[in-house]
Design a protein around this ligand. Sequence first.
Ligand code: HEM
Length: 490
Amino acid sequence: MLVEVVLTAALAVLLWAAFFRKPEGLPPGRWGLPAIGFIPLTRKSMEEQILDLHKKHGNIVLWRIGNQLMVFISDYQLGKEALSRSDFANRPDWDMFKLLEEVPLGVGSSNGAHWHANRRFALRQLRDLGMGKSKLVAGIQEQALKLVEILKQQANKAAPVPHALKVAVVNVIWQMVAGKMFEMEDEKLIEFDKLLKDLNAATFAVGVRDFFPGLKYLPKYLQNILFSMDRIEGFKEKFLNYLDELVIEHKASLDPDNPGDLIDAYLLELKEGSESPDVIRSERDLGLLVLDLFFAGSETTTYTLTFMMQYLAMNPDIQKTMQEEIDQVLPKGILATLEDKPRLPYTEAVLHEILRLSSLLPVGAQHSAVTDTQLGGYYIPKGTIIATSAMSMHSDPRYWEKPEALKPERWLDENGKFTTKKEGFMPFGSGKRACLGESLARMELLIFATAMLQSLSFAPPPGSTVDVTADPAVPMFHTPRNQDIFITIR
Ligand code: HEM
């Protein structure tokens, strides 16, 4: 009997050690049960829970959810180190990112040589199309003027930031991708915006399967109901079909010596063929690359500008100083170009503060460990998800005095010159996989912001306030609350 008891106890210990115990060397945090991980019973948002974990355990914490090991980093230096290393350059193998493609295409979810080639290609396009007094700058200015006209139409009444802001931003991407822009009320554009929104929403549902891969064995019809699989496929194909039409138009007018936009340039690469067997060149890849640019570049820029309007509404003195600077540098009717940037230090400082305070991707975008490795003294197994918390960095009192305050002066030296303070600031990520649209985004922020403030002022509706905190209903992506703002014409 005693032998049986001892053997059962030994087996229990072995089972516990094999399946339940957190292996040595991993960062501290939440481990939970095999295959389930740690599922919290709380009403707190994921973001609040990650902040709590950092308070409790420090700069690097682990949270196992389903079969996924997630590591969150809140320290700027450690985050920068992780993002600079090629062993953290991969994206997770998640359908949420891959949009159910067998092999991830495009740039945002692909890995290895294919990702590298597409990233280089897209960066080259942005550089070639966006340099100096380019078509891209002219396109942003044109959209800025149209936007200001629409904002003027809602002057002197309380109303939400109009959809025209998003249209203007999306049109800039269309200009870069296909050399075309739509009218603000174009039906096709409204339909296209809805398609992107629907596709984005559907990807959240499929994310559950990424954490609990056993669910992939459920019958297909059930997966369609639970995880919107057929919806994702449907929306994706609709987008790709629309792009096909554009590709046909572009093929008909392609001038090999003078590619006018990203589609032209890709078609030329397609003709030349792939530089390596791991780099896929296909119209499907082009479609998914373009989709990545719309996904990554439209809401980010739109929401940053919306947060700017809301923050300025609540900070009239800062708004006034910004307007005075813009009035001095840009006569009425003259729009900013990149060359004006050095003469607009206060405006630059405000935009940096908005990027810091809004921290759109509060826990960054997810990366994945390419191999077994070490970080911050801890063991990080291959496939672990790594996320850097921009929100923690942007509110770290070691870098930011009174981090919660909008203080443009912290970006200015004693002569009022803008100082590119980099420590503690990471709105576009960092390293190998940093935002590839950063230069375009910065150009848009400068031109749209100066055009708006040249002609308009923002305030809360009379007798009311504007809440500058993010909408709590949207997880992991800081989204401005949909609320009224009061615009006046200057
Ligand atoms: C204010 C505006 C923007 C912000 C705050 C922003 C921020 C970010 C962040 C934090 C990442 C993740 C970096 C990482 O994985 O570590 C990212 C990635 C990316 N962004 Fe942006 N972004 C903005 C605008 C844009 C624009 C305008 C475009 C292009 C049209 C763009 C294209 C991309 C792409 C393609 C990626 C994925 C890069 C890769 O996986 O290699 N972004 N962005």
